[in-house]
Each structure stands twice: as structure tokens, then as C-alpha cells.
Design a binder for this molecule. Structure first.
Ligand code: 45D
Length: 152
């Protein structure tokens, strides 16, 4: 179930990927308290969070699209260094801030596509530890890792 669901996610377009994460966060993320990131990551993450808080809503949305498209930006490069739980914790924080309006919220009246709905339904059918594995798989390859980037 985990590989099949991860594969469904991988086929989504970029906006649908972000929308899926958002709904996964609102449905499954409510009860989660991420562990504090390791000391090495903490300072880096704090710097990035401070930058994000100073950005316009347009810049914040662009940043999240850049992560999801593996665009080569300084924040995308830093993100690639995080451990997988730190990556989840990073998205979780952005989700919290979207809820609070610190980061650009979802557009009012946003309707998820049928593709997003299908992935969400697949995720809701598996148990919680498998859900977390799927979520890890969705965020682990985001960001820009120069050692993994293709030359095309
Ligand atoms: O205008 O440390 C669209 C544990 C459309 C263990 C859009 C754990 C057009 C300990 C593109 C949709 C396993 C518990 C706009 C951790 C449009 C530990 C924008 C796990 C504006 C970490 C959409 C933690 C946007 C877990 C911007 C499982 C969407 C954490 C943004 C899970 C979506 C966290 C965001 C999740 C989603 C966070 C920010 C799923 C965040 C999701």
C-alpha cells in the first residue's frame, strides 16, 4: 500500500502535490508534535524560518513550489540537507503558519482535484505508521540536492 500510494503522489502535478500535503496536514497532522530538529539543523532551520516570515505571500507560495519542483534556490539547497523528519517538521511548521496566516493560506474556496482526492482516500485507508511513511516519501525528494541533480 505504501509504494502504490507514494506512486500516486509522484504522478500529481506540482499544485496538486502541494494541495495534497495541505490536506494531509489538516487531516492527519493535527495530532502530530514534531520532534525538535537535531542541533545541527536547528540554526539553519531557524534562519530559513526567519526569512520565510519576512517574505510576501507570493514569495512564500513560490518557495513551496520551488521545493516541490526541486528548483535550485538557496533554501531548496538547505532543505535538501535536512534529515527526513526535519523535512516533515519543516512542512508541518509551514502548515501551522498557513493556518495562522503567517504563511500564505490556501485560496478561499479552493477545491481539490479528483487526483488529489484519490491520493487522500488511499492514504486514509492505510494505518498511521504507513501514513507517516508515505508522507516521508513525499517530502524526502523535495528541495535541490546538487549531488543528485540531473544535467538535463
Ligand atoms: O493558489 O519529528 C496551490 C513523527 C493551488 C516523529 C496553492 C514526525 C494554487 C517525530 C498550489 C494548492 C513521525 C511524528 C495555492 C516528525 C494556489 C518527528 C498552494 C512526523 C496558494 C516530524 C498550496 C511528522 C500550498 C509528520 C502552499 C507526519 C500548500 C508531519 C502547502 C507532517 C502545504 C506534516 C503545506 C505535513 C503542507 C505537513 C505547508 C503533512 C504541510 C504539510
Amino acid at each position: 500500500a505504501v509504494p502504490a500510494t507514494t506512486a500516486m503522489f509522484a504522478k500529481l502535478n506540482i499544485d496538486d502535490k502541494l494541495a495534497f500535503l495541505w490536506y494531509a496536514y489538516t487531516e492527519l497532522g493535527r495530532t502530530i508534535t514534531p520532534a525538535a530538529p537535531g542541533k545541527a539543523n536547528l540554526q539553519l532551520m531557524e534562519d530559513i524560518f526567519n526569512q520565510i516570515k519576512r517574505m510576501s505571500h507570493e514569495e512564500q507560495t513560490q518557495l513551496m513550489r520551488d521545493l516541490a519542483t526541486n528548483a535550485d534556490t538557496p533554501i531548496s539547497r538547505s532543505y535538501a540537507y535536512f534529515g527526513v523528519n526535519a523535512k516533515l517538521g519543516f512542512w508541518w511548521q509551514l502548515g501551522e503558519w498557513m493556518k495562522q496566516g503567517i504563511v500564505a493560506p490556501m485560496p478561499i474556496g479552493y477545491q481539490m482535484s479528483s487526483e488529489v482526492k484519490a491520493v487522500l482516500e488511499a492514504v486514509q485507508k492505510i494505518d498511521q505508521s504507513q501514513q507517516i511513511t508515505v508522507l516521508r516519501n513525499t517530502v524526502v525528494d523535495m528541495g535541490f540536492d546538487p549531488t543528485q541533480a540531473s544535467t538535463t
